[in-house]
Design a protein. Structure first.
Length: 403
């Protein structure tokens, strides 16, 4: 499943879709582009044809049969995912009322695949009651998944809502949809995820830490959002997140802050996934001022850090699912054995075991490999995949074993 059909309507954000098309084509994903008449005023069909290595279709192609069949039917049947970006107020209204007056809108009606749509317009236009009504109408349609516009400076120099989601966000959604076929099985669910490595400070400039970057935890949050969930992410890295709406973020630094945040958020969560690399030991004493080198203890007195997930487990309601991660060095067998032990010891429902001693898995990599094990003995080993795909495979495992 790797056919992405992209419908472009006439907004300046059309230029951002060049980046989307180019990235998809570079990844070997087949892309076809349909443009409305006004879209072609902003970016020429030649640009998209060159980037996608395919003709970019416009209304002048509408009645030209392809393989002896109407073009809109051919394209509609070809598509695995249909991305509409940008969606103007005009096209939004047509979609909301099932109109079909050009190649793009006809193809939408002829297609059955999931549709991702990313509106873009001036804030005043966006906030018109009629536009909001059309937007609300499409949000209720199970076939449509919205990539909501964000706040920012608009092409008309105004600052407000209406800016199309960045190409990075759109590309992450597409990656998810090509894997999940757009299923929204986490709709209405609240997911709590923690991510990144904690820092245990000795003084304001020195800490005991670990190399975790939080990439896997962030990918889990993203995957959950793409499947319709509302997500709370407790993150140790204050980096901008390519995610868009339905996400609440709390930034923490130490295990104690992480512990507090997790205790507060846990009662609201249906599924909690502890992907953070929380420290195991910290200095017994800490200083509020930077210690001169001469005052730094050469033998640091350490204490164990309380285990956060083990602390959450006894508060777990029967309707809640608590999942841990087990990052280990060693052979796959050793990693899985250690994970099974942690699953029991910490009172978890499931655990994701992954090796951190390979160049393609673990800390800071873009790919990962994991074995999922649940408390009933079900287990599943994933192939080496992107961290986003690992996240989807984890949700598939959880939805199958904890329906
Ligand atoms: O025992 P280990 O630290 O390897 O276990 C890893 C799992 O336990 C992860 O899910 C991690 O987020 C969680 N953990 C925790 N609190 C700690 C240490 C680990 O919640 N203090």
């Amino acid at each position: 499943m790797n056919h992405v059909l992209i419908g472009i309507s006439g907004g300046i954000a059309a230029y951002k879709v060049c980046e989307v098309v180019s990235s998809l084509a570079k990844r070997g994903i087949e892309v076809r582009v349909i443009m409305t008449r006004s879209a072609a005023e902003f970016v020429t069909p030649l640009t998209f044809a060159t980037l996608s290595r395919q003709p970019a279709y416009t209304d002048s192609d509408f009645w030209q049969p392809t393989n002896g069949r109407p073009l809109h039917i051919e394209l509609a049947e070809w598509a695995d995912v249909f991305l509409l970006a940008p969606v103007t107020a005009n096209t939004l209204a047509k979609l909301a009322y099932g109109m079909a007056d050009n190649l793009l809108t006809n193809t939408v009606l002829a297609s059955t695949c999931p549709i991702l749509f990313a509106p873009a317009m001036n804030t005043t236009m966006w906030l018109q009651p009629t536009v909001q009504e059309n937007w609300g109408k499409l949000l209720k349609d199970a076939r449509y998944t919205a990539i909501a516009p964000t706040d920012g400076i608009l092409a008309c120099d105004a600052v407000g809502t209406g800016r199309m989601a960045e190409p990075e966000i759109i590309l992450e959604y597409l990656e998810s949809f090509l894997f999940t076929k757009g299923k929204q099985d986490l709709k209405g669910k609240k997911i709590l995820v923690n991510a990144g490595g904690t820092r245990e400070f000795i003084d304001p400039v020195r800490f005991i830490g670990n190399p975790s970057t939080g990439k896997q935890g962030i990918a889990i949050a993203q995957a959950a959002i793409h499947r319709g969930a509302q997500v709370t992410l407790i993150n140790t890295a204050n980096s901008p997140l390519p995610m868009g709406e339905r996400l609440g973020v709390r930034i923490v630094r130490t295990s104690a802050e992480m512990h507090q945040a997790m205790l507060e958020e846990f009662p609201n969560a249906d599924i909690t996934i502890a992907a953070a690399a929380v420290g195991d030991v910290r200095s017994k004493s800490t200083s509020d001022r930077k210690l001169p080198k001469s005052e730094l203890p050469l033998n640091l007195e350490l204490e164990y850090i309380p285990d956060i997930v083990a602390d959450l487990a006894p508060h777990k309601r029967p309707d809640q699912i608590l999942v841990g991660f087990a990052a280990q060095t060693g052979t796959e067998e050793e990693v899985v054995t250690a994970a099974k032990d942690k699953l029991k010891r910490k009172g978890l429902d499931a655990i994701a075991a992954n090796a951190v001693n390979s160049s393609q898995t673990g800390f800071g990599t873009d790919t990962n490999q994991a074995t999922f094990i649940d408390k009933n003995g079900n287990n599943l080993s994933t192939p080496l995949s992107s961290k986003l795909e690992i996240a989807h495979r984890l949700f598939d495992f959880l939805m199958q074993n904890f329906p």
